[in-house]
Design a protein around this ligand. Structure first.
Ligand code: GLN
Length: 455
């Protein structure tokens, strides 16, 4: 598949041909299930003049159905463009197909979608990761040039790592959340999934920047990154030693090799420890579910999407619409979130989680005071098999290396650095100081080049 950088040079007719080609390819590759709806006919005829970008089905595109892969939103049509989509269109790109995801972005396997699961293009028995599994599978499987996803606890970085593409989540507030269906508002951030680091910078530049429509948008200067990328900068990089050591043997060994290569190429490497990640998991699943329980209360059978046909009074209608419309994992999280916010438990769970969040943020800040970037795994293992996780908690543990970043509000990127014996992808995660995306992308480009040169 051609890159975004190459696509920027195509003529209008070449672009039309590319879209047709993508369309044909996607028809053949339907088994992967990357898209809920792909290559809308109108994109081939009218406005869609730009470079096609696949969009996760929780980002509003005016006139398109927006389902968050949930039954409850079936038939809901977005009345406006998300700000990220407005920016995308203004910069020569066109939304092009709705990618599959875990229902309401809750999950790490893309197996909870109402529309069926997405398969990992490298190995159909393996999950593509989640929740932006469709966005990652589309890029890694050659079914999209690039895609948008959302990352609340790792949903851009983890599926990118499982499928073998680049997944970049900028600092909280860099990309407007206006028009992104809320899961956990204090953690949610739109991110990009691309074939390489340069494309990640190009797509990020197209959609980032302050937006008065989002009160949490970062009102600070945004300087475009792609034209300033510099892979030659020598950086001071902190390796989180205990996280590397706790990853599976194959992930650990591959990452240790990458660290050696970074050193050999003139980057300075220092080693630090982070507190046990079980605290991150606990804090995240309290905060995320608490916010989700409030955010998802708007799906009541009245204002959005689907309403139950079976009811006798208003209360019945609410209950039946929600019972029929939400899947099992979403219900579990609404229940959990409602519980941790309930009187008597609020202090014991929610307040404690917020205090833990503050400590995690402070720890990152302390480490980043002394270096340019942090290096750690994205995931403890390579892509797991469908049904490998015996309980929800087991799947939650997949997020141990990604969620703390959202709790701290920092930017992170997942870069493919190797494969295991079966050909499954292994990625490294780089993390930057808040809003220092330029250094993050510079470091990521350097790592990408080093890996390529050592192949
Ligand atoms: N896997 C995490 C969760 O289930 C992260 C999801 C996300 O980033 N949207 O909440």
């Amino acid at each position: 598949m051609i890159t975004l950088k190459e696509a920027l040079k195509l003529s209008q007719s070449e672009l039309e041909n590319l879209k047709k080609e993508l369309n044909e390819k996607a028809k053949k590759e339907q088994k992967i299930g990357a898209y809920i709806e792909q290559f809308l006919a109108k994109d081939l005829s009218d406005g869609g003049k730009g470079i096609p970008i696949a969009i996760k089905d929780n980002i509003s595109v005016k006139g398109w159905e927006l389902t968050c892969a949930s039954k409850i939103l079936q038939g809901y049509v977005a009345p406006y463009d998300a700000s990220a989509i407005v920016n995308l269109k203004n910069n020569g790109f066109s939304p092009y197909g709705r990618t599959n995801m875990d229902e309401f972005a809750m999950g790490s396997s893309s197996a909870t979608s109402f529309y069926g699961k997405t398969l990992n293009p490298t190995n159909f028995n393996r999950v593509p990761g989640g929740s932006s599994g469709g966005s990652a599978a589309a890029v890694a499987g050659g079914l999209a040039l690039a895609s948008l996803g959302s990352d609340t606890g790792g949903s851009v970085r983890q599926p990118a790592a499982f499928c073998g593409c680049v997944g970049f989540k900028p600092s909280y507030g860099r990309i407007s959340r206006y028009g992104l269906a809320s899961y956990s508002s204090s953690l949610d951030q739109i991110g990009v999934l691309t074939q390489n680091v340069e494309d990640a910078a190009i797509l990020y530049d197209a959609i980032a920047g302050y937006d008065p429509m989002d009160s949490t948008s970062a009102n600070i200067e945004f300087i475009k990154t792609a034209s300033k990328l510099n892979a030659e900068k020598k950086l001071r990089i902190t390796v989180i030693e205990n996280y590397i050591n706790n990853a599976s043997e194959e992930v650990k060994n591959t990452l240790l090799k990458s660290i050696d290569m970074l050193k050999a190429n003139g980057h300075e490497i220092i080693y630090r420890q982070m507190p046990d990640s079980k605290f991150d998991i606990a804090a995240y699943y309290i905060i995320a579910t608490a916010e989700a329980s409030a955010n998802l209360s708007r799906y009541d059978g009245v204002r959005y999407g689907r309403r139950s046909e079976d009811f006798h009074n208003l209360k019945d209608m609410y209950i039946n619409s929600r019972s029929e419309g939400f899947g099992e994992e979403v219900k579990r999280r609404i229940l959990l979130g409602t519980f941790v916010l309930s009187s008597g438990y609020y202090d014991a769970y929610y307040i404690k989680a917020q205090k833990t969040r503050a400590l995690i943020k402070a720890k990152y800040e302390e480490i980043l005071k002394d270096c340019d970037l942090i290096f750690m795994p994205v995931t403890p293992t390579t892509a797991f098999e469908f049904n490998a996780k015996k309980s929800p908690i087991e799947e939650y543990l997949e997020d141990i290396y990604t969620i703390s970043l959202n709790l701290a509000g920092l930017g992170g990127i997942s870069i493919p650095v190797g494969k295991n014996k079966e050909g499954l992808n292994i990625s490294a995660q780089l993390i930057c100081k808040a809003y220092d995306e330029q250094t993050l992308l510079d470091g990521a480009l350097s790592l990408e080049k080093i890996i390529k040169n050592n192949k």
